[in-house]
Design a protein around this ligand. Structure first.
Ligand code: AMP
Ligand code: MG
Length: 492
């Protein structure tokens, strides 16, 4: 093995790089090199994604790849950069932010189109403000696993190619060690990039950025009567679809600031996120979010608020405010439709009937009243049989009478539905494996002791969350009591 890992770089051809964002010019970024980390080592390598990106063996597991994805060596043809953006944080205008610890290496050409490759935690940038430009092992493992979990669930997201670690010390509440996550997306442009140029009255740059996004990612908007209003509408629709998927699967993002909202409608910037354990509509996953601004049940409205900020930022490119307002309206129809569609699939209903709304609202009330485990409930409901005792799912409720009344209603609704079709739909919609906080915590504790096998096991399970994975059931069980004491804050 060593002979392969230590092969001279010239013997293993590396990838060819491009960087369209760099062509936007210096108003949009600062060109810079990542800062090396001492004696890096692999923590996780996502081989499935590497193949999709055309990063083949033996190169992907080579020393050169390890050095590149830690930021220790820059390959030929790379134009690394940190981009500038601004944003609203916790409802307040925060001014200039920018990539304070993320460095865009460049783009790889893949079968699915170009993919940007970004290092998170690769050192100081002009936008680091008070930060150290680093990311810790704990938060890097969380981002690596959660973004792949979201992808496995079919939810639009940035993805993660690998995590490397180093013994370099990083100061947070306590001393931790540094890590770098390599993440990938068609683009890392955020709402905050548009806000930045708009608030600084740099309308030429605002237009250049909007045109870049339209031409590369929303080409249909170019031929619309009002391309920039069309862009706002398209982003509103993608964001609505994404948040509906979050709600359906019980995902709380935790920091929905406008600088953490992707212009492509991807889930981005995994920090204090959480998948719900017990169902609590007002659940707050971010320990720093004292007001509950980003509670689970607030996410749909916050996404709309953020889109409003984007609309405001795009106004200089429109003839009238009414165009922006009309474009934003789409969120109000797309979100409820997308959510209802997702919920109907969770119930195993292949088509829509007017009474479905009441059925969905009814079960949410019961789940909240008894704080039922969200993911386990849905997975078990897949085995529901009309007229039977249905103990596995019924026993999840304290109030069995209320559940029985709902089950009767559900049984009636299922009468015209083919049983096989329903079971199949539910198994493909209600995951068995979700990335709960305690699972991450266990993998992180082992990783701190240099055992990375838990990271790899979780990656494989979470990339195929609807499959059974015999022998791995403990990863699909109820959270242990200590799970409620895990506190995840913005510190990462
Ligand atoms: P976040 O809340 O993680 O989305 O980060 C908000 C802003 O703070 C972004 O501009 C980040 O780049 C920056 N930031 C967060 N942590 C650090 C850090 N350790 N060093 C430098 N900048 C950081
Ligand atoms: Mg961020």
């Amino acid at each position: 093995m060593n002979a392969v890992i230590n092969a001279p770089p010239a013997a293993i051809p590396g990838p060819a790089w491009n960087n369209r964002f760099a062509a936007l010019g210096p108003d949009f970024f600062t060109a810079l090199q990542p800062t090396p980390l001492q004696t890096p080592y692999w923590i996780g390598r996502n081989e499935a994604l590497a193949r999709e990106l055309g990063l083949l063996e033996p190169w992907f597991s080579s020393q050169e790849s390890l050095e590149l994805f830690t930021g220790n060596k820059v390959a030929q043809g790379l134009q690394p950069l940190a981009s500038v953006y601004s944003g609203h944080q916790f409802g307040q205008w925060a001014g200039q932010l920018g990539d304070g610890r993320a460095i865009l290496l460049g783009e790889l050409q893949t079968g699915a189109g170009p993919r940007e490759i970004q290092l998170k935690g690769a050192g100081l940038t002009p936008y680091s403000r008070m930060g150290d430009g680093r990311a810790v092992l704990r938060s890097s493992i969380r981002e690596y696993l959660c973004s792949e979990a979201m992808h496995g669930l079919g939810i639009p997201t940035t993805r993660a190619l690998c995590v490397t670690g180093s013994s370099a010390k990083v100061r947070r509440e306590e001393i931790e060690t540094a890590a770098v996550v390599t993440r990938t997306a068609p683009s890392f442009i955020r709402f905050g990039h548009f806000e930045h140029f708009s608030y600084n009255d740099q309308h030429d740059q605002l237009k250049i950025l909007a045109d870049f996004v339209i031409d590369n990612f929303y080409p249909a908007c170019r031929v619309a009567a009002q391309p920039y209003a069309a862009l706002l509408q398209a982003v509103s629709e993608r964001t609505a679809t994404m948040v509906a998927a979050w709600q359906a699967v019980g995902f709380c993002h935790g920091v929905m600031n406008t600088d953490n909202m992707s212009i492509l409608g991807l889930t981005i910037d995994y920090g204090p996120f959480q998948f719900l354990d017990a169902f609590d509509p007002g659940h707050i996953c971010n320990h720093s979010d004292t007001q509950g601004r980003y509670a689970y049940n607030k996410q749909p409205n916050i996404a709309y608020w953020n889109l409003f900020c984007l609309g405001q930022a795009l106004l200089p490119l429109m003839d009238a405010q009414a165009q922006a307002l009309a474009a934003l309206e789409s969120y109000k129809t797309v979100f409820p439709q997308a959510l209802e569609g997702r919920m109907r699939a969770k119930l195993g209903l292949p088509d829509a009937l007017p009474e479905d709304k009441a059925l969905i609202e009814g079960i949410f009330q019961l789940l909240a009243a008894d704080k039922v485990d969200y993911s386990i409930f849905w997975r078990r409901l897949g085995g529901f049989a009309p007229g039977a005792g249905n103990e596995p799912v019924r026993d999840l409720f304290l109030d069995r009478t209320d559940f029985d009344a709902w089950a009767l209603q559900y049984s009636e609704r299922l009468e015209p539905v083919d049983h096989g079709l329903r079971a199949d739909l539910m198994l493909k919609t209600n995951p068995k494996y979700v990335f709960r906080n305690h699972l991450g915590e266990q993998a992180i504790r082992a990783a701190k002791l240099q055992d990375f096998s838990g990271v790899d096991t979780l990656l494989k399970l979470l990339q195929a969350p609807f499959e059974e994975h015999p022998g791995q059931e403990t990863f699909a069980g109820f959270p242990p009591d200590w799970a409620t004491s895990i506190e995840i804050s913005c510190s990462s």
